[in-house]
Design a protein around this ligand. Structure first.
Ligand code: NCD
Length: 361
């Protein structure tokens, strides 16, 4: 598997052959983990978790330990020098100098890309705000590959917080690169999929429809991807409460689904899937979390072997212009070079994918 991009910020920075190679290697690791027990002996993985995490953090840590490597890092920035006001650039520079690979989760959109600009080792994006979550997508792809035996010709239902859910953004960007996948986006009007993700699906040749009804969509699906309403991304508690219990997957609704439909969820579950559904053989979310450990083993191995080098910012500076997305990392870390792709009146911020329309282009 070859890629000329040294980090994993967005899966789409790498060719699909690279993703497929990772999945194949993950299946080999799953079949014979003992063969890989010393593959990362002497290597160190740094984990910078600026946001809470159970599965992503611990599956990365166990993945490295099962490969024979060791780990350093923090899971609470308040116990590090971040609490003293250290910026992302300096923390990344230092910890990447101690590590062979660095995993970062951050509440701000574009933070992983910003970290990669100064890192001295490969950086893996473990979630940047409501933007992307490529290693969850690798987990989802491996689950589909093993459980459905295919990554194409699928009708995929995505339900819940499609606006703020980074897992569904990365999943749509990736799955639309495989042939003949159709997405049914199930959400309220307020939490619809961002338009840049819908444009990417169209550009990749995928198709989608949007609905507010889980009951209407469920009989058509090969896979239902449930998501949590992302409380921490709402401006107020009232806005969150207004959305909270709109979609709840119950055993009764599962009766409307095909016998071979599978249910995935990146977890944590709050109350969007009734606990009784766990006993349905089509509910695969706990199994999915375990696939995540194997795919991360495969990813760590691959990143440690990478000799790739490329310029991370391909766009232009566009003097005097800043990103219009208030959640973009460029507004928090002021030293970052602003960089935009595109020409004419539409520019796209290279950190957060926000589109800017210029009035006097
Ligand atoms: C997700 C995340 O952090 O984006 N969880 C995960 O990584 N498994 C989903 C969520 O928090 O709802």
């Amino acid at each position: 598997m070859f890629s000329d991009y040294p980090h994993l910020i967005d899966l789409n920075d790498h060719p699909i052959s690279w993703w497929n190679g990772l999945l194949k290697q993950a299946e080999e690791i799953m079949k014979n983990p003992a063969l890989y027990a010393n593959s990362c002996k002497g290597k160190i993985m740094g984990t910078l978790f600026y946001e809470p995490s159970t599965r992503t953090q611990m599956s990365f840590q166990t993945a490295m330990l099962r490969l024979g490597g060791t780990i350093i890092g923090f899971d609470n920035p308040q116990t590090s020098s971040v609490a003293k006001g250290e910026n992302l650039k300096d923390t990344t520079k230092i910890v990447s100098g101690y590590s062979d690979v660095l995993v970062i989760r951050h509440p701000t959109v574009g933070a992983a890309k910003a970290a990669a600009l100064t890192a001295d080792c490969p950086v893996i994006n473990a979630g940047d705000g409501g933007h992307l979550h490529p290693t969850q997508t690798l987990t989802d792809l491996l689950t589909l590959k093993v459980e459905k035996k295919r990554l194409s010709d699928l009708t995929i239902g995505l339900c819940g917080d499609l606006l703020n859910g980074r897992t569904v953004h990365s999943l749509c960007k990736a799955m639309s690169c495989y042939e003949n996948n159709h997405f049914i986006m199930i959400s309220t009007k307020e939490l619809k999929m961002p338009s840049y993700i819908k444009s990417t699906i169209r550009a990749n040749g995928g198709t989608y429809e949007e609905t507010e009804s889980l009951e209407e969509a469920i009989p058509k699906l090969d896979m239902l991807y449930m998501t949590r309403i992302q409380r921490e991304r709402f401006a107020s508690q009232e806005e969150y409460l207004a959305q909270k219990d709109t979609y709840i997957l119950t055993s009764k609704k599962m009766q409307l689904a095909r016998p071979d439909m599978i249910v995935l969820h990146p977890l944590p579950r709050v109350d969007e899937i009734e606990v009784a559904v766990d006993d349905d053989s089509r509910a695969l979310y706990f199994k999915q979390a375990k696939y995540g450990m194997y795919v991360r083993m495969s990813l760590i191995l691959t990143m440690l072997q990478s000799t790739a080098k490329t310029e991370l910012l391909a766009g232009d500076l566009h003097k005097g212009i800043s990103c219009k997305n208030p959640k973009c990392i460029t507004h928090q870390e002021n030293y970052l070079p602003k960089s935009f792709l595109g020409k004419g009146s539409t520019l796209v911020c290279e950190y957060c994918d926000e589109r800017l329309l210029l009035e006097h282009a």
